[in-house]
Each structure stands twice: as C-alpha cells, then as structure tokens.
Design a protein around this ligand. Structure first.
Ligand SMILES: Nc1ncnc2c1ncn2[C@@H]1O[C@H](COP(=O)(O)OP(=O)(O)OP(=O)(O)O)[C@@H](O)[C@H]1O
Length: 319
C-alpha cells in the first residue's frame, strides 16, 4: 500500500461534482450528476446505493478516469484526480460491472500484464499471492475463457488489487450471480477490508448492503439523498410494521390517526405501519379489536433498509 496515508482525511472526497452528458443524435443532453458532494471515510465498507439511472456508474467511471466530469473535484487518498492524476490512480482499484478479459491469457498472465501496466518490477509483483487470495491458485495456467463466471469475477478483483491500492471500488459485483458465489465474493471483500482496504461498492441488494456496509450513501437523479452510518439509517424512521391475520375477509380497513400506513397485504392480512415512539403493537391490536376485527395471528418487524430506501427515493421528484 502507498505510504502517503493522509491522517484522518477521507479516503475519497467528492465535491460539487456535476456531469452533463452531451446530446447525441439519439439523446437529449443528460444531467447525470447535479453537484454531488460527500466523503468516503478511510477503513470501512461504504455502500453507494440508488435506483437504476441514479448516477452511480457515472460517478465510478469518473473516479476510474473513464468519463470526464463537467465540473467539481474529487480527491482520492488526498490526490486530486485532475492535478495529481498519477497518484490518484495508484491509490484506487476499480472492479468494473462488465467482465472483460482477453480469453487467451491465463489468470497468472492477466495479473502479470496488469502489474506491467502499473510499472511494477517483476520481483515485486504479487500475482501468486493474489491468486491464492481469490482462491484461483489451481487455475493459474488455465485460459481465462475456460473460467466460470464466478472465477472471472474473482480474477477481476485480483486484477484491481495488483498495485496494492488502499481503496477498492466494486461496481455491482454480485449482479446476476448465484447465492453461493455471492457469499464467496462478500467473504473476499470482508477479508480485504480486514486487511485495511477501504471498500466502496454499489449494489442492488439492499439486504446485503445492510449486512456488509458500515456506511451508506443513497443517490437518486444525480443528487445525494442521504449519507449515514447503516445502523442510523435503518433505525432512522423508528417505524415498525405489524401484520395481522384476521378471521374474515377484509372489506374495510381499520383506521387510527397514529397509523402511518395501513394496507391489505392478503385476503385476510392487514399490515399496519406505526411509529414506535407513538404507539405499541398492543395498542395497534387493541384498535383493530375495537373496530370489530378478530385477530387470528400477528407478526411484527422493524423497518429495514428496503423500507428506508423506498421512502427516501420516492420523496425526490424527477429531475
Ligand atoms: N454515455 C452516456 N450518454 C448519455 N447519457 C448517459 C450516458 N451514460 C449514462 N447516461 C445517463 O445518465 C444517467 C445516470 O446513469 P448511470 O449509468 O450513471 O446510472 P446508475 O446509477 O449507474 O444506473 P444502473 O444502476 O442502471 O447502472 C442515466 O439517466 C443514464 O441514462
């Protein structure tokens, strides 16, 4: 890892970043990022979430040097990506969404070539060590085209770590992969983070972001909606949901001014969302009984990241 660690400064500093894609004969100009500012602290696993088209890939591609921003600034490990491009680049490893390899290279050669591209002397390269880390040592000399999808993704992570960057960015690393492979990839991400690598990832799997990330930023329509520790974000709404199965088909729903939401979730299931600071599950049930419902069964759950995400992303209008 580079020894230029900036004490306590953020791993990535994003300031007023605007990206306007130019119009083409098919498309209107598109303002994909509308003055985005936030920090990624050192040492954690940071989740970048947002619905399709929110601007996540645009931001990652700007950091990777694949897309030019229109204005604003980004510092990576203290290095400005425009003024100090070379140092900024050595401090970040990026795993792209799409798998691209020359099919005729072996995993060992892929890593050696990447090491060469970063100007790392042969004696200092870590190709064998990285192959072990992503559990591909027995595929060292196989052609990349013969690897399974999961193996290719692991090889991409190793490739992004060839120059030992302190920051690893993964763009949708688990999109479309099966449960077992997803588990393996997250384990790998966890191991790298334990070794001190700051990880930034985008994902559509909110449950995983909730489990893996210690901090989450949500962007929507190119704007930052929130950036908070995961626990705070999930606890933010203080809402609880109680699902009640009643003994007859539902014609009218129960009502109470303290119910945040009350919906029919099945033939005989009513789901009531309420604020924990305003009422208890017992009071919800009492209300239902008072209004003539006979309760057969009850389950409750806390609001999770998915609820928070839906609530926050539906508050901002189309831009
Ligand atoms: N090369 C481009 N030219 C014009 N518009 C683009 C280009 N790339 C992306 N966009 C637009 O910019 C917006 C942000 O796209 P981006 O791919 O960054 O979103 P995203 O959050 O990564 O979405 P996804 O999760 O689907 O990958 C979208 O409206 C998209 O259509």
């Amino acid at each position: 890892m580079p020894d230029t660690t900036p004490d306590n400064s953020p791993a990535i500093e994003i300031r007023d970043v605007v990206k306007q894609y130019a119009s083409s004969n098919k498309a209107e100009p598109k303002l994909a990022l509308k003055g985005l500012s936030f920090d990624v602290p050192q040492g954690g696993v940071f989740g970048l979430l947002g619905p399709n088209g929110a601007g996540k890939s645009t931001l990652i591609n700007i950091m990777a040097g694949l897309v030019n921003k229109t204005s604003g600034s980004i510092r990576i490990w203290g290095h400005d990506i425009d003024r100090d491009h070379r140092n900024a680049k050595t401090c970040i490893g990026i795993v792209p969404q799409e798998i691209v390899f020359d099919p005729f290279f072996t995993p060992f050669e892929v890593l050696e070539n990447q090491g060469g591209m970063y100007g790392i002397a042969k004696s200092l390269r870590r190709s064998e060590e990285l192959l072990r880390a992503v559990r591909l040592e027995d595929k060292r000399d196989a052609y990349a085209r013969t690897l399974s999808g999961g193996m290719k993704r692991r090889l991409l992570i190793a490739k992004a770590m060839v120059h030992s960057p302190p920051i690893l960015v993964l763009d949708e690393p688990t999109a479309g992969v099966d449960v077992e492979l997803r588990r393996q990839l997250w384990e790998l991400v966890g191991d790298l983070n334990d070794q001190g690598v700051t990880v930034v990832l985008t994902t559509h799997y909110l449950e995983e972001a909730e489990q893996l990330c210690d901090r989450i930023a949500i962007i929507n329509h190119g704007e930052l909606i929130t950036n908070k520790p995961t626990r705070e974000l999930v606890g933010m709404m203080g809402e609880k949901i109680v699902a009640v199965t009643v003994d007859a088909d539902i014609t009218d729903l129960p009502h109470d001014p303290r119910f945040r939401k009350c919906v029919k979730a099945g033939e005989r299931v009513i789901e009531v969302t309420y604020d924990k600071s305003e009422m208890t599950a017992g009071q919800v049930l009492a209300k239902l009984q008072e209004q003539g419902f006979t309760v057969d069964d009850v389950t409750t759950r806390e609001a999770d990241l998915e609820d928070v995400f839906v609530q926050l992303t539906s508050q901002v209008g189309q831009g």
